[in-house]
Design a protein around this ligand. Sequence first.
Ligand code: F6R
Length: 268
Amino acid sequence: MEVVILKSADEVAIYAAKLVGVLLKSEPGAVLGLATGSTPQALYRRLVTNYRDGKISFKNVTSFNLDEYLGVAQDNPQSYRSYMNRELFDLIDIDKQNTFVPDCKDNENPREVGQRYEDRMRLAGGVDLQILGIGGNGHIGFNEPSSSLGSRTRVKTLTRQTLHDNSRLFTKDEFQPKLAMTMGIASIMAARKILLLATGAGKADAVVRMIEGPLTAMCPASILQMHEDATILLDEQAATQLQNRDYYDLAYLQNESLKERFGVFDAD
Ligand code: F6R
């Protein structure tokens, strides 16, 4: 696990966009795993800017989103499909036919939809780079605490904490879904590289449990300790509870100097 602590959320977005840029330069047809929520918004803004500046193209990219609400139509502004269109897809040159969200219509069997999503990811060659956020309770995707560490795409019931955390995004009259279809923990772990972004003081507790706590289904993000190429990008506020901070800073400096000498160098 590589832990990179930067000064601000802005720097986190810039660094993450740089990694996406490096990947797309060497693999223009890469498969991206994408997240929604507040955290990746700054990254998406940066990617859009880089696209407009002619530095990056998504023409041959395929993408798979982590999750989607159940019972919310795709054209509902609250759906994660709408979020992705608004924040990224409508603003870049990606072919929307190659963008996938695990949406499950009312008349569809969630098991079959989940299986289809897994098959589709496999057919695309698997995810090259998975972008993640982290919930205040340590969830990744909508894999809530106690989710099976071996899980695949399926329906999950959202915890009270997640419903509370996300209630800020719904008006009083809007329906807030309590169920979601989400990539499983094993589906996420199958990505060749993982980049988890966490910013703000509200994430500090989940971050220390993910990085320095025991590997446990009660903090699903702690599974990333087992991934062979996971980078955790934090701002100062999200890093305040880390005990091993000195080491992460030292390792970051060493890795950056290796990257300068030898080009991109993945250290975990
Ligand atoms: C979103 C997702 C979630 C979020 C997490 C953090 O697709 O899978 O795991 O990444 O809930 O959300 P924010 O960034 O809004 O704090």
